[in-house]
Ligand binder design. Structure first.
Ligand SMILES: [Mn+2]
Length: 331
């Protein structure tokens, strides 16, 4: 997957003990957490001093992940995190390719002297990294970390914890091995992770069968009461207000997965999930096969991501944002 010259460069950089900080995007998902923590454990095994800083907290249902308790949450410990970042030799960007994906933390990283290394699989990377591994064809950053460890000649360093972390990263970013990015190579990597100890049924249950009652009832509410299909199109959407999220006691991260539910309809090609938070609207776009929601997100909602899964945002009200979305398809 990787350019040998760049791998050699990285190997060279890592040949002496370094102070390393790993960062991932805001609202960390299974791939951001799994790949970052696996990379942290691997680099620690090489003898580096390694910290992982996430812009904000991770969802409760990822509390079981190996070594997740070592995560430094920037929002909760800004000064401490800044100190670590300013004394770092290397800062890794994992699972994001634009510092803006980390908001305030991105500004801090930008102003450090550290060598910046990007390992990511999103489209259209920004040009800020000194060393860049950008592979949009990869299923996940977890798959890239697996390949990187192998490329560095350290397959035998993949232990139980790393295998569980990378399995979770790949599982969640491939939609349980269902998305088009699920290559035969993904299954080869997964095969090795299972050999190294990752347990598919146990991880699947911990990641997916872990709802609170209110979270499951909220999902039902979204489908029954909130899902709209735009007449004459193959587009559906769900929009929920802050008040509705409060009423069902929905925590950050607990809306994950709702976005893709309308795709279960045979006639639907693309869908969007809008949720209001702090007077802003966050949007998740999902689509089937050929429908490109990355373009939609970029052109209309200052976002982006992948062809079949992208994100966006709006500073308008929920109602106005929904009207804008519908009007795109009425033209
Ligand atoms: Mn990812």
């Amino acid at each position: 997957m990787f350019n040998t010259e760049s791998v050699d460069q990285l190997k060279n950089v890592l040949s002496k003990s370094k102070k390393i900080v790993i960062t991932s995007h805001k609202n960390p998902d299974g791939d951001a957490l799994g790949s970052s923590l696996a990379w942290m454990r691997y680099l620690s095994k090489l003898g580096h001093s390694v910290e992982y800083i996430s812009p904000n907290d991770y969802p409760d249902y990822y509390k079981w992940l190996p070594i997740v308790g070592q995560t430094i949450v920037y929002e909760k410990a800004k000064e401490y995190a800044k100190g670590i970042l300013h004394s770092a030799d290397i800062i890794f960007s994992l699972d994001y390719n634009s510092l803006s994906r980390m908001e305030e933390l991105g500004e801090v990283v930008k102003n450090t002297k550290a060598l910046k290394v990007m390992i990511d699989h999103h489209l259209f990377p920004d040009d800020y990294a000194d060393l860049m591994f950008s592979h949009p064809e990869a299923s996940s950053t977890g798959e890239m970390i697996f390949d990187m460890i192998v490329a560095l000649g350290d397959k035998e360093k993949i232990d139980l914890e790393i295998s569980e972390l990378l399995y979770t990263a790949i599982l969640t970013d491939t939609g349980s091995f269902a998305f088009s990015c699920t290559s035969s190579h993904v299954h080869e990597a997964i095969s090795i992770l299972i050999q190294k100890g990752a347990s598919p049924d146990s991880i699947h249950n911990k990641v997916y069968n872990c709802f609170t009652e209110s979270r499951l009832r909220f999902l039902g509410y979204c489908i029954l009461e909130k899902m709209q299909i735009i007449e004459g199109t193959q587009i559906a959407y769900i929009g929920v207000s802050e008040e509705e999220l409060r009423r069902f006691n929905i925590q950050d991260g607990e809306t994950e997965g709702i976005a893709s539910y309308p795709l279960k309809l045979a006639g639907i090609q693309a869908c969007a999930f809008f949720r209001e938070k702090d007077k802003k609207i966050r949007i998740s776009f999902r689509s089937k096969v050929d429908y490109d929601v990355n373009v939609l997100a970029r052109e209309h909602f200052s976002g982006g991501g992948h062809k079949n899964a992208a994100g966006g945002a709006s500073n308008d009200t929920l109602d106005n944002t929904l009207l804008k979305f519908v009007s795109i398809f009425k033209q």
